[in-house]
Unconditional design. Structure first.
Length: 763
């Protein structure tokens, strides 16, 4: 009986030591009270397990960080270094909030270091999960050799260790325990319980302090003393509570100094954001942003203690209120090249006057006919005594995958038809990333007319477009855009603030070897008018009212004109607005072509919405929100000039280049978890946007024979994606993504479309 009782007591003691093991108690504490802190860890776990941000390629940024255009040991080292910063912020945040609930820490040498040892479970689980996922990602997605993948992860680990090592030097040197602060040794305090009077307080106890010390003290029986040893927690009941408090206060001050140093370093990075080697991997930028949040929250807690959450909520409410009264909190992005000193009225009345200007309409029709005549003359020289086919090129959006796919298709068509395909193409419309590829190809096609050394079917062209664009965008969000924008640049006689939109344009120009740099909208007026290159129309979406802003160097009032009739006056919605007429006083032809591209490719939150000089201000977003393929603009153009086209051409071919196939399986929104079913109305709205465009486009195409009597055919080149391995719609591609895009043109359906195109063009 006695042995049984002893065994039970022994087992109870063992389980007690396990349950009240300091690392386990810290995990319980985090899940019980540190919900804000845990959100960051949840995000990180969701990212690496491809459960969040997968459509935009965010997980790939973590698993395969890219630096200076490559994934290598250095990029992983930088990411590891950034993770080390996050881990130290995690430890600092936790220490400031909860160290005084574990009073035995104050009796230890290097208390913060001991705290970090014991706050290891969550970081260790993340590290193990990351190494496993990153290793397989490198091999399967980036096609990296296993030995190289292992070396990269070793460097990743080294980056973590380096940051933690230098951080610990600071804390070990400056943090003091109770023995150093009191000048007494350990034996002295161990003898206090036997004394009748305890050591005098450094500060006299007050009623406030008594209430403060009622805060719960978590029980800890054992803790990690060093990486290779576990010890029993020392009893602190006989220690002076004021002295214990002084230890933690001194440690908190040192932690705050560490936080300030990190924030200063953060701002310095923002100042030199344009230096190429400063642009760290996008995942490291995200880590830095999380770190900044943690340091900010811990600093607030140091000041406000239990009032921290209330202060944060009050601050957000106050900023939200003031932001509507002051421009100080309104971060605006600009279309570079135009004058913002003049504001144009944007109202129903002003738009109505623009849309009914008969002289503008007549001038645009005259120019449009002349451009078609120039196109006809050019093609008759190529193929005399034969009416050419008029090609309208429609390009889909889809981030970098659409850019590379568009370039790949145009290069393949160049191989098959030489210059004939682009010579017969009269109009290019579309959205987002696809228009980047089309714009780059068109610029090279124009340069080729004066430089025979340019070859439009080189693989390096798609390789250039496939270079990462997300790193500078993410770095810009983290270093300046999220907090404040304090740098500006001059573009001719105009000045603009720098933000991630500026970084995006600069990186795009760099990726394509300086092409499109300082190219203006007006630079294409003559080449388009003379039919040296196809006409191109950008159509970004107006956030304020859902209209489309049509951007072209040509006069295109025929796409926005409304006849002056009673029906139009009362019922017409004026869907399209002509950029050069609305902003005729703002130097519209000086608009940088890269800004026009960006305005058409501004996916929400990734790139900043562009604010235009109107009253009230209007903001622009991705053209794909309204017309992801450009078909609506093409059919509007065809409707306007249908008589000339049916008389002077042998027919119209709409060639659509889309980054996803049109065929899709039905998804049951009632499948999945409760949360997935709850969010189904919202997620389905987003995921079905492109599908609804297809439904609308099918109806538009079905009606074409009713108003156009000439030959008309539509051909589609689409990129087939594997259902279980889709290519993300982001500004970043993996090596496997690029290879799949390269091979997609050989798809049987694309080859059928190519053969049909040859027949229509008499090849």
């Amino acid at each position: 009986m006695i042995d049984r009782i002893r065994n039970m007591a022994r087992r109870k003691t063992i389980w007690s030591k396990i349950f009240y093991f300091f690392p386990i108690q810290l995990v319980l504490l985090h899940f019980k009270r540190n919900h804000m802190l845990m959100i960051f860890w949840i995000f990180l776990f969701l990212y690496i397990f491809n459960m969040m941000g997968s459509k935009f390629g965010v997980p790939f940024l973590f698993l395969g960080p890219e630096y200076l255009g490559v994934i290598n040991w250095l990029s992983y080292t930088i990411l590891g270094f950034a993770l080390g910063g996050f881990l130290m912020a995690f430890n600092t945040y936790s220490y400031i909030l909860h160290a005084d609930e574990f009073r035995f820490l104050a009796t230890l040498s290097r208390p913060f270091l001991k705290f970090c040892y014991n706050n290891i479970i969550i970081p260790l689980l993340f590290y193990i999960a990351y190494v496993y996922k990153a290793y397989h990602f490198q091999i399967e997605q980036e096609l990296i050799e296993p030995s190289v993948a292992v070396f990269n992860l070793v460097c990743f680990s080294a980056g973590i260790v380096i940051f933690i090592f230098f951080s610990m030097i600071f804390f070990v040197y400056f943090n003091k325990n109770i023995f150093k602060l009191s000048g007494k040794d350990e034996k002295y305090f161990e003898g206090l319980p036997t004394k009748k009077v305890k050591e005098g307080a450094f500060m006299r106890e007050t009623s406030w302090y008594k209430r403060r010390t009622k805060k719960r003290v978590w029980r800890v029986d054992t803790y990690i003393f060093s990486p290779i040893s576990i010890k029993t927690a020392r009893d602190t009941s006989h220690y002076d509570k004021n002295l214990l408090k002084l230890v933690f206060a001194q440690n908190h001050i040192n932690a705050s100094i560490f936080e300030i140093a990190f924030i200063i370093s953060f701002l310095i990075l923002g100042i030199y954001r344009e230096v190429e080697w400063v642009m760290i991997p996008a995942a490291a930028s995200i880590m830095m942003l999380f770190t900044l949040f943690l340091l900010f929250f811990s600093a607030l807690y140091s000041w406000f203690k239990g009032w921290t959450l209330s202060v944060i909520i009050l601050g957000l409410v106050l900023v939200n209120f003031v932001s509507n009264k002051s421009d100080s909190f309104r971060f605006r992005n600009y279309a570079y090249g135009i004058d913002y000193s003049i504001k144009n009225e944007y109202s129903w009345e002003s738009l109505s006057l623009l849309s009914r200007n008969q002289q503008d309409f007549d001038n645009s029709m005259r120019d449009g006919i002349q451009m078609l005549e120039n196109w006809k003359i050019k093609n008759q020289k190529i193929k005399p005594n034969k009416k050419p086919k008029l090609i309208l090129l429609n390009i889909s959006g889809g981030g970098l995958r659409a850019s590379v796919w568009t370039m790949e298709v145009l290069m393949q068509l160049q191989k098959e038809f030489g210059d004939d395909f682009f010579n017969q193409t009269h109009l290019i419309t579309g959205a987002s990333g696809g228009m980047i590829g089309a714009s780059y190809y068109r610029e090279l096609f124009l340069q080729k007319q004066n430089d025979s050394s340019i070859v439009l079917s080189q693989d390096r062209l798609t390789q250039q477009l496939g270079i990462d664009l997300l790193n500078p965008v993410a770095f810009g969000i983290v270093t300046t855009d999220f907090l404040f924008r304090y740098q500006s640049f001059d573009d001719g006689k105009y000045s603009y603030t720098k933000d991630r939109g500026y970084s995006f344009e600069q990186k795009l120009v760099k990726n394509i070897n300086g092409n499109l740099d300082n190219t203006r909208l007006g630079d294409y007026y003559v080449p388009e008018f003379n039919s040296q290159v196809p006409m191109m129309i950008f159509s970004p979406y107006v956030v304020n009212d859902g209209r489309r802003l049509l951007i072209s160097p040509q006069r295109i009032s025929y796409l926005t004109h409304n006849p002056d009739t009673n029906y139009v006056e009362t019922h017409y919605s004026m869907e399209n607005v002509e950029f050069t007429r609305l902003f005729k006083n703002n130097d519209p032809y000086n608009l940088k072509i890269t800004s026009a591209i960006r305005m058409s490719a501004t996916f929400p939150y990734i790139l900043p919405m562009v604010t235009m000089p109107t009253e009230p201000p209007i903001e622009l977003m991705d053209a794909g929100i309204r017309d992801n393929f450009g078909l609506k603009t093409s059919l509007d153009y065809l409707r306007v000039f249908k008589n000339w086209i049916s008389t002077n051409t042998s027919g119209v071919i709409i060639v659509q280049i889309r980054d996803k196939e049109k065929f899709f399986e039905v998804v049951n929104p009632n499948n999945g978890t409760i949360l997935q079913r709850l969010l189904a109305p919202f997620t389905s709205f987003y995921s079905n946007t492109v599908k609804t465009h297809d439904y609308t486009n099918d109806q538009l195409l079905k009606a074409v024979p009713d108003w156009y009597k000439g030959d008309f055919e539509m051909l589609t080149f689409y990129m087939k994606q594997e259902e279980d391995k889709p290519i993300s719609m982001s500004w970043h591609l993996t090596f496997l993504d690029k290879r799949n895009i390269k091979n997609a043109f050989s798809n049987a359906n694309n080859q059928k479309a190519l053969e049909r195109l040859k027949q229509l063009m008499d090849y």
